[in-house]
Design a protein around this ligand. Structure first.
Ligand code: ACO
Length: 388
């Protein structure tokens, strides 16, 4: 939108669409060709060949580790998995009827009270903070879920990866290797995605010279919104609300075609094509389909029918295609994860991206401070309280 103020021409970029706020070497998103690269590495290849732990190393250090470096990195993760008793106390106290993202925000904020070295921190400190936080995340997510159901939290297992620990600490079960691989792939795909809303929120806080944990709490707050990370929870709620493939057409007409609601899990600020991360989820779902039980199959078929109906609707004319949250919701449902943990899992993964951007931005910091163009009244007379 262009408007005029006196002699000056003012441009307003609503939602900061197409505005670049920094240079970055972390993530290239080629939204026309549908390609994503982390530090120059093709995400399609990372999703198939790497692990979340290795991608975390890449995003923190800007390069892949040698075998020895990776072993040391894994040892540091394993050594940081256990929660402090004070953190467990805070987890016990957060109300059970709030959303887990809001509980996570409180717990991470409290962890900052125990760990933070204040606003003066180096890139090495970011690496330390991130390892500590990400390593504890499966225990926090699993612990909150279990405590809210009146169960004891489980101890993290050093013989399991972060993805396997997540599954174990939430459900108490050890999963099939194919399932662990599915979740690990999802953590890789969620780890970083340029200057998205939650990363920007984290970077804005970092730009003021604030402490690391305040930035991460800002990121969690932004990710909790349904237009951003909460869309994976919202997508599952939609599938469950529809209930059966036979209800899809009516539901779509009443809710989406009528413009009453937005289809959650569809649309993206950057893509007017398929989200490049989607194909990896779809391949996993296709390859594991014969293992689905009856209930899972019904939800899967409902989601696939909804996808088909949406792809033949007005949405594609507008360039609205499914985003990664549509498919991650389905993967997590197939893995029998409770919906409370969907967005917290996204947050755990994205701490990698947030931390990477915080460290990079601080190396050439400038306070982020945009303007709002004033359109309100002017020169109003103040009337004392008694005379109003
Ligand atoms: N369902 C129905 N209509 C949609 C949807 C949708 N999911 N997404 C966009 N539209 C429509 C808008 O109503 C608008 O229509 P109009 O031209 O008639 O006014 C048009 O498409 C363009 O929409 P914008 O809001 O300008 O697109 P924007 O880039 O701002 O929005 C967003 C992107 C917020 C993600 C949007 O697509 C949306 O609300 N999607 C649903 C929530 C969701 O899935 N979010 C997750 C995003 S991915 C992530 O954060 C990890």
């Amino acid at each position: 939108m262009n408007i005029y103020m006196a002699e000056e021409r003012v441009s307003i970029y609503r939602g900061l669409k197409n505005v670049y706020v920094a240079e970055s070497k972390i993530c290239l998103i080629d939204h026309e060709r549908g390609k994503i690269y982390y530090y120059g590495y093709d995400l399609d290849e990372l999703a198939q060949k790497s692990s979340y732990e290795e991608v975390l190393y890449l995003l923190l250090h800007g390069r892949l580790p040698t075998r020895r470096e990776f072993q040391e990195f894994l040892d540091r993760i394993r050594g940081s998995m256990r929660l402090d008793p004070e953190v467990l106390e805070v987890m016990k106290r957060v109300p059970k009827d709030i959303d887990m993202m809001e509980a996570l925000r409180t717990v991470v904020s409290y962890m900052g009270n125990l760990r933070s070295r204040g606003p003066e921190y180096t890139r090495e400190d970011v690496v330390d903070y991130t390892i500590d936080l990400v390593a504890k995340m499966p225990s926090i997510i699993g612990g909150l879920y279990r405590m809210w159901r009146g169960e004891e939290p489980l101890e993290p297992r050093e013989d399991l990866s972060l993805a396997a620990n997540l599954l174990y600490l939430i459900t108490g079960r050890e999963y099939d290797e194919r399932d662990v691989r599915g979740l690990d792939m999802s953590l890789i795909l969620y780890a970083e995605h340029g200057m998205n809303a939650s990363t920007f929120a984290a970077v804005v806080v970092a730009s003021t010279g604030s402490d690391y944990y305040s930035s991460i709490v800002a990121g969690i707050g932004a990710l909790r919104g349904p237009l951003h990370g909460y869309a994976n929870t919202g997508a599952l709620e939609q599938f469950l609300e529809i209930g059966d493939p036979s209800n899809v057409e009516r539901w779509f007409k009443e809710n989406i075609e009528s413009r009453k609601r937005r289809l959650i899990g569809f649309g993206h600020r950057l893509y007017r094509i398929h989200d490049p991360r989607a194909k990896h989820y779809r391949r996993w779902l296709e390859e594991n389909r014969e293992r689905f039980d009856e209930e899972t199959r019904r939800v899967y078929e409902t989601a696939m029918k909804l996808y088909e109906v949406a792809m033949n609707s007005f949405l594609t004319e507008k360039g609205i295609y499914p985003n990664c949250d549509y498919w991650s919701a389905l993967l997590y449902y197939v893995l029998k994860l409770p919906k409370e943990v969907y967005t917290p899992i996204f947050a755990m993964s994205r701490i990698a991206g947030w931390s990477s951007h915080i460290a990079e931005y601080r190396e050439d910091n400038i306070l982020i401070r945009p303007k709002a163009y004033y359109i309100g009244e002017r020169d109003k007379k103040y009337v004392p309280l008694d005379e109003r």
